[in-house]
Design a binder for this molecule. Structure first.
Ligand code: M6R
Length: 599
């Protein structure tokens, strides 16, 4: 969703801001802008559309100055227009904002009565006018006073002509990081924006205000008390957030999965054996998450039931938070989120904590709000994921949940040590098998070429394969805009089979021997109604699958518990090549954002 960048130093700010905004493009946005201060004079350039438009604007009318802030906006209050784009100005102040000011209407009324003139429809403009109204020569104080009046979530960056050598920023519920350079400071809502300049970052906590000068940064709490800060060194490099020769980030990230799986395994399973991933010995493990992360939770539910023998459920975060909870004394709730900033997941985690449940987070983002809210945090070691469609973060979420289930199964006595060792050694062999699948995408590419005008597709599976079918369907629809549905294989005949018509592709995902015949018989039911059927399965099922399916796609044989990790690769490639064949904006699908920070 929205992105923030900031720079103060000896270099011209304009280019650094535009480069930083480009590195945040993946978050999704529909307008962009920058404000640069030259001496004590603020200049603003902003427009609806892509950063390329903003670049054109700044080429025609450049902004000079070594201090500035920038923003990409994903419209919530008011359409994506030039006027609604950030920065917003009031008096001698310019502001960029991520998040939502919930009491903006009341503030707008009050400030209008005081004589302020609003020009945009945004909630942000209320924050700009409020700061301007409160400013009496001390911006730190004005921000602290404004914090008492602003309701909602915000990350704000502020420039003021009266203080021409400072950037102020503050956060509540929306991330902000300060990058520390030599004689220069950077600001961003997301680490990739500043990786080309520095890997030393300070992650701001909620209700903290940072004051950036060329010489350094000072961080204050809401009472104005300074906090001692020590930069943290990020181990991602800038190249990890670049395309490296691939046509799209999504394809690059799909191909990085063997390494991501290897990295996550090494982080949790060294020469001393498997680490404890969850605190204590929970008797029940529930998952809360959204979208793809929810599908990882569905797979996790299966692993915890099968391997640890504990009750487990996966919940959609936006539903969980409004449902009546029945906390179990031995329960742990694990919130799963690649970004660690998804508003629905954060709210659900807070509900679980308020109900007295032990909480844990599973995230790909060190220092994210989720990891700090939860009592304990597990990380996935996927590296930065830039494409909006989650691929490597998802695979490492499923892998980490598998490891956590193995660990709990060993500790609660549900899993024999030999079986656990068998699973771990199969996991060590997995990256090579993944490479085999990734090296041969041509048949998927050709399939997409033949089916690019298909109007509808179905994905079916049973047990954990239903979770995989859900994810395959989401991936395909979000990047290719092709209408598709996922069903528990036995459920299709209860209504949706009415949609099956001549040539509609139906994919059956089959990783479990015990469910193979049942799922194939459901596939046959669709074929009898004209569907073109595809079975995606391990090599050992190929002959059996070929008796019922028109087409069989295989992955190398592996332990049944690990097959879901392999089987998702052709499904991700299907989504990618279909989107590419249809000429979609693969890495930045329409209407979507990488991290969804509104509820
Ligand atoms: O950052 P999160 O993992 O919390 O994001 C949750 C969903 O918004 C996300 O998985 C979304 O469904 C992706 N676009 C899937 O590719």
């Amino acid at each position: 969703m929205c992105g923030i960048v900031g720079y103060i130093g000896a270099r011209q700010a304009q280019d650094i801001l535009l480069n930083g905004l480009e590195r945040l493009e993946y978050r999704g946005y529909d307008s962009a802008g920058i404000a640069v201060m030259d001496g004590a004079k603020l200049g603003v350039r902003k427009c609806a559309g892509r950063i390329a438009e903003l670049r054109r604007l700044t080429e025609n009318s450049p902004l000079s100055g070594c201090i500035g802030i920038g923003h990409t906006r994903w419209a919530t209050h008011g359409e994506p227009t030039d006027v609604n784009a950030h920065p917003h100005t009031a008096g001698r102040i310019a502001v960029v904002h991520n998040g939502i000011i919930e009491n903006h209407a009341a503030l707008r009324r009050h400030l209008t009565e005081m004589g302020c003139r609003f020009v945009s429809q945004t909630d942000t403009e209320a924050a700009a006018h409020l700061l301007n109204a409160l400013y009496r020569g001390d911006m730190l104080l004005a921000i602290r006073q404004a914090m008492g009046q602003l309701e909602g979530s915000y990350a704000l960056a502020v420039l003021c002509e009266n203080e021409p050598d400072v950037i102020y920023c503050v956060r509540l519920g929306s991330p902000l990081v300060v990058g520390v350079g030599e004689g220069e400071m950077f600001l961003a809502s997301d680490i990739p924006a500043i990786l080309p300049y520095t890997r030393d970052v300070i992650i701001l906590e909620d209700r903290e205000i940072a004051v950036l000068r060329r010489s350094g940064v000072r961080v204050y709490d809401a009472q104005g008390k300074p906090r001692e800060v020590k930069p943290y060194s990020v181990d991602w490099d800038a190249a990890a957030a670049e395309k490296g020769g691939y046509a799209h980030f999504m394809l690059k990230e799909i191909n990085e999965q063997p390494r991501a799986v290897q990295g996550t395994l090494s982080a949790y399973c060294g020469s001393e054996g498997l680490h404890s991933l969850l605190d204590g010995v929970p008797e029940r493990v529930d998952f809360i998450a959204c979208g793809t992360a929810y599908h990882a939770g569905m797979a996790g539910r299966h692993y915890f039931r099968e391997l640890a023998g504990v009750e487990s459920e996966a919940h959609i975060a936006s539903e969980y938070r409004y449902s009546r909870l029945f906390p179990h004394p031995g329960e742990t709730v694990v919130a799963i989120s690649q970004s660690g900033e998804t508003a629905d997941t954060l709210a659900a985690l807070r509900s679980a904590a308020e109900a007295g449940v032990r909480t844990a987070a599973l995230t790909n983002t060190v220092g994210s709000t989720l990891s700090r809210l939860a009592r304990a945090a597990m990380l996935t070691y996927a590296g930065p994921e830039i494409a909006v469609a989650s691929t490597k973060a998802y695979i490492t979420q499923v892998e980490t949940l598998l490891l956590a289930a193995i660990d709990l199964g060993l500790r609660n006595g549900n899993l024999a040590a030999e079986r656990a060792e068998g699973l771990l050694s199969a996991l060590r062999a997995l990256p090579e098998k993944m490479e085999t699948v990734l090296q041969n995408p041509q048949f998927i590419q050709q399939y997409c070429g033949r089916h690019m005008n298909t109007r509808l597709m179905f994905f079916i599976g049973r047990g954990i394969d239903y979770a995989m079918a859900m994810e395959a369907s989401l991936k395909l629809k979000e990047v290719s805009y092709l209408a598709c549905e996922a069903y528990a294989a036995g459920e299709l005949k209860h209504g949706s089979i009415a949609l099956i018509d001549e040539g509609i592709p139906v994919f059956a995902i089959c990783t479990k021997e015990s469910l193979l015949d049942k799922t194939l018989s459901n596939l046959r039911e669709t074929k009898a109604r004209g569907a073109e059927t595809v079975c995606v399965c391990p090599e050992r099922f190929a002959v059996r699958a070929g008796q019922d399916a028109d087409i069989v796609w295989t992955v190398p044989d592996a332990d049944e518990m690990l097959l879901p990790l392999l089987i998702m690769l052709p499904m991700q490639l299907l989504a990618y090549y279909m989107a590419a064949a249809k000429g979609r904006d693969v890495d930045k699908p329409r209407n979507l954002a990488k991290s969804v920070t509104v509820e």
